[in-house]
Design a protein around this ligand. Sequence first.
Ligand code: FAD
Length: 394
Amino acid sequence: MQKFDVIIIGAGAAGLFCAAQAGQKGLRVLLLDNGKKAGRKILMSGGGRCNFTNLHAQPGAYLSANPHFCKSALARYTQWDFIDLVNRYQIPWHEKTLGQLFCDDSAQQIVDLLLSECATGQVTLRLRSEISAVAKTAGGFELTLNGGQVCAPQLVVACGGLSMPGLGASPFGYRLAEQFGLNVLPTRAALVPFTLHKPLLEQLQTLSGVSLPSRLTAEDGTVFNEALLFTHRGLSGPAILQLSSYWQPGEHISIDLCPQLSLDELIDSERLTQRNLSLKNCLAKALPRRLVEVLQQLEIVPDVSLKQLNSKQQAALTETLHQWRIQPNGTEGYRTAEVTLGGVDTRGLSSKTMEAISVPGLYFIGEVVDVTGWLGGYNFQWAWSSAWACAQAL
Ligand code: FAD
């Protein structure tokens, strides 16, 4: 039986960062992962450039049954702390949009940073580790692995959520929480594209690849102003991914296809100078032409000139284009979701240390916990902040 001070399950963002911090405190740390590479999601993130944090990270950007839970960790290890670390490694980065910080070159640099921090902390990293049993003993926790048994007085669960099973996602963390009597809140795919019902899907499929600025509103009133993308399966793009976290099956979403400009005003002003202009050509000044053509096929845009468009038609048209109500069929699910909503109930954890209140020595960090961020670097920031808070307590 090999003994350690801490065993961490999951060498993703949270596990790697926590292991490094704990190791650098002088603790003997074992970091386990069932994959053959550490930080697989980091490598895939941000289109290969890793959106590693957000300048505007703050508790309001996180969903949780207890919205206060994330406050302490986010305040104690902030986006500025992680930016300092990235700067110390001289990794060039840039702000893309809305405070989202990306590596200029490659997400591999963030993984290398984390591995180098782990090496400084003399962390033992064991990949391809299959954990078949976890038992509580008087001295802490005993784990049965392929290749022997290991034990430690402290166990950190950092095995993430269910999104992207192809990248190693598993329900292991939730099952472990349940094994130790913790409550696990229902999970749901989030930051995920919407699929559409048949007739509408077929009508919109020719728009696959078309993107435009939009303003999306969920039934609970949550609003996002970001790009919308039509795909061959339905709707995607940052605005849709964001809204998916606030959407429940059966609900409608409202899409403003032209949030930057009043289409009423555009039509009125164009009519003053070009009465014979077709409505289609007028709208194409503000919207992608392919979209206008499809909306005409759907009879949302009448095939008339501006002088023929009567006020009733104009009111109905502009209302639809600024508040297009669509009922998604569903989401693409965990296969393509960036994160998982729900998870280990924060009511059973200390917000200061991430330790299970009823099981001293057992900690949960990162995505396995019921804290889910918006799109844009917020989820990695939660991984860094929760990992740091936990490491201080180990
Ligand atoms: P993970 O990073 O998922 O790590 C969990 C680890 O546990 C994995 O390595 C897994 O192999 C391991 N594991 C699972 N089960 C077991 C088991 N039974 N035994 C041993 N090990 C196990 N967020 C952002 O903030 N910015 C982005 O740019 C961004 N882009 C993303 C792109 C994609 C394609 C995806 C899928 C997600 C993206 N996210 C992004 C979300 C972000 O990746 C996650 O929120 C973050 O990785 C969560 O960190 P974690 O350490 O909790 O879990």
